[in-house]
Design a protein. Structure first.
Length: 428
């Protein structure tokens, strides 16, 4: 499989066809870790975060915090952070481009230091992804925002209490708003907030720091403080990594036990797997077993905010639907451009038609190995899943996308019986 392009990024080489069997330990959640690490900016005191996944995005977040003046120590999934004083309030363009979640520093920087200068994130591969809702909350809280040379220059003297109803449900928007209002001593009310487990993990941290937060339905009442305490916290398990292994176990005709999960966070994913014909057994609050019973049935999936079916599992379930007996429908409601895996899956023999936000997937007998390209994190995970079930050899290129969010994926898959190798960049 020789190509004329030179690959500066690593690739996965996968020999498909092995059923995955055995036990796998799920890592800490990427999307919970990022805001929690950033919350360290809110206090002078030392913080300790455990169960932090060793990922490219974690290193980017720690590099950014380090560049702001936070003392950082990362070892064995534990991070010690202390923001005694800041040396900068600027999140440079290169950092925000590498990781959009860098915008999470806006809220805590404004809360603690009254100033933040952050590069404006542009669109990204899965959609336009505006941050207007984050900025609305800052403005309501009295912040001035000037946009100059691609940067948002934000300033606030004393944060005013806010009453705001989010126009769209936004995960990082809710997190930014909560961290911002942690610096306001008066009572604020946020309505229509995101209730993803990752948001609630941050809420737990903010409470440990001394912020009063009451949540009922989608409304949060927040009362912050000018002096917040340090915290010690263990990050929740990654429900998307867990879901990815669950799909892998099922579609390869295997039998996989997941350890260290939070079963309560996996409701929508378990429901859909059962509907597709998987045997899913809850062994305890933190252990699950997923087995194939032979058949894969088609599904109708519509992504939604938690507790609905997660958009971050849509690409992986698309692969499942490619192998189902019949026609599935997948509606992507969160992001407007999250079907980039489809073109690559078609190269492997998938029968998928996309119209706007709807994908019609007709099950095929088999997928066939091919050279395919990652476009974003979850799209790359879906290509790996497809490679695991395909006949022959698959090479997944540009896996730096995957390394942003899956810890030691190939090692974990190999331990379950997959044939998968990491290939170095060409010419290295
Ligand atoms: N939106 C707006 N205005 C805003 C904020 C969001 O219009 O101010 C729109 C977005 O354009 C999008 C929708 O609202 O269409 C939802 O976006 P949200 O803000 O919830 O997404 P996010 O916070 O940028 C987080 C995760 C994503 C995950 C989404 C949805 C982190 C760091 N990222 O993104 O994770 O897909 O929530 O659950 O928490 C991933 O891990 O692969 C990933 C992309």
């Amino acid at each position: 499989m020789k190509s004329t392009r030179l690959y500066t990024s690593e690739s996965f080489f996968i020999e498909g066809g092995n059923p995955l069997r055995g036990k796998v330990q799920v890592s800490g959640s990427k999307n919970a870790s990022l805001p929690i690490l950033v919350a360290s900016l809110l206090t002078k005191e030392e913080n300790l975060v455990e169960n932090v996944p060793d990922l490219l995005d974690t290193h980017t977040a720690l590099e950014l915090l380090g560049s702001l003046g936070v003392q950082v120590e990362f070892q064995d999934h534990r991070v010690r952070l202390q923001a005694r004083e800041l040396s900068s309030y600027r999140a440079p363009d290169a950092m925000v481009r590498r990781m959009r979640a860098s915008v999470l520093v806006m809220g805590p920087l404004l809360a603690r230091f009254g100033r933040a200068v952050v590069s404006m994130p542009g669109g990204c591969s899965i959609g336009v992804r505006s941050i207007d809702q984050h900025l609305r909350v800052f403005e309501k809280g009295g912040a001035s925002i000037r946009i100059k040379h691609g940067y948002m220059d934000m300033e606030v003297k004393r944060i005013k209490p806010v009453e705001y109803t989010f126009e769209v449900i936004t995960v990082t928007g809710t997190e930014n708003a909560l961290m911002f209002l942690s610096g306001c001593e008066k009572r604020s009310i946020l309505r229509n907030i995101a209730l993803e487990p990752e948001v609630l993990d941050l809420v737990e941290v903010l409470r440990k720091m001394g912020v009063e937060i009451h949540i009922e339905d989608r409304t949060a009442v927040v009362r912050g403080s000018r002096e917040l305490r340090g915290f010690h916290h263990r990050v929740i398990p990654d429900r998307i990594e867990a879901g990815t292994f669950m799909v892998a176990g099922f579609i390869t005709g295997g039998d996989v036990e997941l350890q260290g999960v939070r079963v309560e966070h996996l409701g929508a994913v378990m429901d859909k797997l059962r509907e597709a014909g998987a045997q899913v057994d809850v062994l305890s609050l933190d252990r699950l077993r997923v087995r194939s019973k032979g058949e894969i049935w088609p599904l109708s999936i519509s992504t939604a905010e938690y507790p609905g079916f997660p958009t971050d599992m849509q690409a992986q379930f698309t692969v499942l639907c490619c192998l189902a007996r019949g026609q599935s429908e997948i509606k992507e409601n969160i992001f407007e451009n999250r079907f980039q895996h489809v073109a690559e899956l078609q190269r492997m023999g998938a029968d998928i038609h996309v119209r706007d936000r709807l994908a019609i997937v007709r099950g095929v007998e088999k997928l066939y190995g091919a050279e395919v390209y990652s476009t974003d994190l979850r799209a790359s995970a879906s290509l790996v899943l497809a490679g695991l079930v395909a006949e022959g050899t698959t090479v997944v290129r540009d896996i730096h996308h995957l390394d942003r969010g899956y810890e030691r994926l190939e090692e974990k898959l190999r331990a379950l019986g997959a044939t998968i190798e990491r290939l170095p960049p060409e010419g290295s």
